[in-house]
Design a protein around this ligand. Structure first.
Ligand SMILES: [Zn+2]
Ligand SMILES: [Zn+2]
Ligand SMILES: [Zn+2]
Length: 256
């Protein structure tokens, strides 16, 4: 089975780090790993670039990652920090001269139709100004460029959202609960990405301690925490992480 590569494009929570107006030690840190764009990742396999979520930092993330082609987008959910960069995919329509397929849970497809209504009812004289996408609602495994993508239903507070499993890689963000049936879908995962927001509990996100407990139950070879707030200093982590669990950072690329 060929490799799958995961590139972390953004590992921050919804405000991004540094937080505007904040003078805390993480927001003023010189450490690159403490600068976190909004949460997104790129999966590469079979020569294809698959984006997970379109963050408001999408343009910067494409430039930082030197990404000049997008073959599909997987959406975890519709929150602004995961969706509102969608307009910036226009440049890929222009470069590739194709629509980009977007796979999303039902609520996200509803919100794309609502929040980006101009895509579906383009105003006159909109030449070149409208993203060209094809929306596919997903809830069951599907094939994308010869690999099976397994949507993993999880809860983000009370909101049902999706993680994704591709072979032995799984990417789950904005999660506060994984039902048993979804834990079963994650069995045998070697590389697991899970959100770990901060040290203290949050109603809609795993804390670092909660994330570590879930990871220890799933026993991947390697795990990375993402969607991290400014409470967490990459250079001085205030929680004992087992060696195989690390904080992700923007620009980190891993293979499985
Ligand atoms: Zn988020
Ligand atoms: Zn701060
Ligand atoms: Zn969210």
């Amino acid at each position: 089975m060929p490799d799958v590569e995961l590139l972390f494009l953004g590992t921050g929570t919804s405000y991004g780090i540094p937080v505007v107006g904040c003078k805390c030690s993480v927001c003023t840190s010189q450490l690159n790993e403490n600068k976190r764009l909004r949460c997104s990742a790129l999966v590469r396999y079979n020569g294809k670039n698959i984006l997970i979520d379109t963050s408001p930092d999408l343009r910067t993330q494409m430039l930082n990652g030197n990404i000049s082609r997008l073959d599909a987008i997987l959406f975890t959910h519709h929150h602004a920090d995961h969706l509102f960069g969608l307009d910036d995919i226009r440049i890929f329509n222009r470069i590739q001269n194709t629509k980009i397929p977007c796979f999303a849970p039902q609520k996200t497809t509803d919100m794309i139709y609502r929040n980006f209504d101009y895509i579906f009812k383009p105003p006159p004289l909109s030449d070149g100004g409208i993203p060209q996408i094809e929306i596919i609602t997903v809830h069951k495994p599907f094939i994308l460029y010869d690999r099976t993508i397994i949507p993993i239903p999880v809860y983000h507070g009370k909101l049902p959202i999706l993680g994704f499993r591709i072979g032995s890689l799984a990417y789950i963000t904005d999660c506060s609960f994984i039902p048993d049936a979804s834990m079963a879908l994650l069995e045998g995962v070697e590389l697991l990405v899970l959100n770990g927001l901060r040290y203290t509990p949050h109603v809609a996100h795993y804390s670092i301690e909660e994330a570590v407990r879930v990871i220890e139950a799933l026993k991947p070879k390697t795990a990375y925490l993402t969607h991290i707030s400014h409470d967490v200093d990459h250079g001085n982590i205030d929680f004992p992480l087992p060696e195989y669990i690390q904080l992700a950072y923007d620009g980190l690329a891993v293979r499985v």
